[in-house]
Design a protein around this ligand. Structure first.
Ligand code: MRU
Length: 345
């Protein structure tokens, strides 16, 4: 799809232009962030979201911070403080911190070198997504050769969650391009509805047949034999293949294991965090209670209800059949070791 989720603007001042995802699908509204406060706010309230898109914004955001610092006369300590705020705006998706650190290494070489590296982070994302999508489609078609696939997905992992094409949704796009998709089951993805608001919007634009379902319909659909495979994205993959992704993912993996159908994770290598040995070391973001007890500002629980609102969960490697990255496919159920697919770039 043609939409640009994240763009760099040179003029009038260096800035990042974002498609405000909180307004979709009702309206396509962009916002321009020329300072760190606006960037951190956009990330925190999910105007931009999805691990690879957060990486792109983090990378370009360092260049925004440098330009703002030059305009406002920041010293080095202030600059580093602001960049740390950006880096820590959301804790679970490793892509954000990874991209900020990668670009920050070019700080001694000056603002042009920083921006050039940020652009490389941006440009590499689509290439990675297209490569991992081909690997994922190949793997799924080997496992499920007999019929066009009925695939279930959770959250949004498409163009909106990346710089272009998508990860799990990229695999689905690739299968569709090969004429091998019958139907996509789209989990609505409570509480913020990334599935129904964003994934259904992308699938509709691409003419890929889909149904939107409440999250609690997923396990029943899987056990009734209505789904051939589940494909999801990831926010952080530990060295052993334990995978953090949108809350609700682990329940899908359990249902797949019981039904004997593949549970596939699709993510760029930048989502793999070899420094974290297993899922116990992954910080799970907890978000505001309002997201759960109100919908569109209307209360859906008694006033004062206590809330548990983790944005993510961790699927143990023992439940993951395949992790597809641009470097190839790992099969954690068989070998819980992400370095098994690590190749030189
Ligand atoms: O809270 P979000 O919308 O940022 O969560 C996004 C997800 O969980 C995605 O599945 C993940 O980031 C992969 S996006 C390609």
């Amino acid at each position: 799809m043609a939409v640009r989720t994240v763009e760099w603007l040179d003029e009038p001042v260096p800035a990042v232009r974002l498609l405000d995802q909180t307004r979709l699908p009702a309206e396509e509204v962009h916002l321009t962030a020329a300072d760190v406060d606006t960037l951190v706010d956009a990330i925190s309230r999910l105007a931009v979201r999805g691990a690879p898109a957060l990486g792109a914004v983090g990378a370009l955001g360092v260049a925004v911070a440098l330009a703002q610092g030059a305009r406002e006369g920041w010293d080095d300590a202030r600059l580093r403080h602001e960049i740390t705020r950006l880096r820590e705006a959301r804790p679970t998706a490793v892509n954000l911190a990874w991209a900020v650190d990668r670009v920050l290494a070019f700080l001694p070489d000056g603002p042009e070198a920083v921006l050039a590296e940020a652009r490389r982070v941006f440009d590499e994302d689509e290439a990675a997504n297209r490569a991992l999508s081909a690997h994922g489609a190949d793997w799924l078609l080997r496992r499920c050769p007999d019929r066009p696939l009925r695939v279930l997905t959770h959250c949004n992992t498409g163009t909106l969650a990346t710089t272009a094409w998508g990860t799990a949704l990229g695999v689905i796009r690739e299968l569709h391009a090969r004429g091998r998709i019958e139907l996509v089951h789209v989990d609505e993805t409570r509480p913020l509805l990334q599935g129904s608001r964003l994934t259904a919007w992308e699938l509709r634009a691409d003419g890929i047949d889909h149904v939107v379902q409440v999250d609690s319909a997923a396990a029943g659909a899987i056990l009734r034999g209505l789904v051939d495979a589940v494909v999801i994205g990831a926010d952080r993959i530990a060295a052993n293949g334990d995978t953090a992704n949108k809350v609700g993912s682990v329940g899908l993996a359990l249902a797949c294991a019981d039904a004997g159908i593949p549970f596939v994770v699709a993510a760029p290598w930048s989502t793999v965090d070899l420094a974290t040995p297993d899922g116990a070391g992954i910080t799970i973001e907890e978000r505001a209670p309002d997201e759960v007890v109100a919908i569109g500002g209307v209360p859906v629980a008694p006033a004062g209800s206590r809330v548990f609102n983790p944005a993510f969960d961790v699927t143990p490697a023992r439940l993951v059949d395949a992790i597809v990255t641009e470097r190839g496919v790992a099969e954690p159920k068989l070998r819980p070791d992400m370095t098994a697919v690590q190749q030189p770039l």
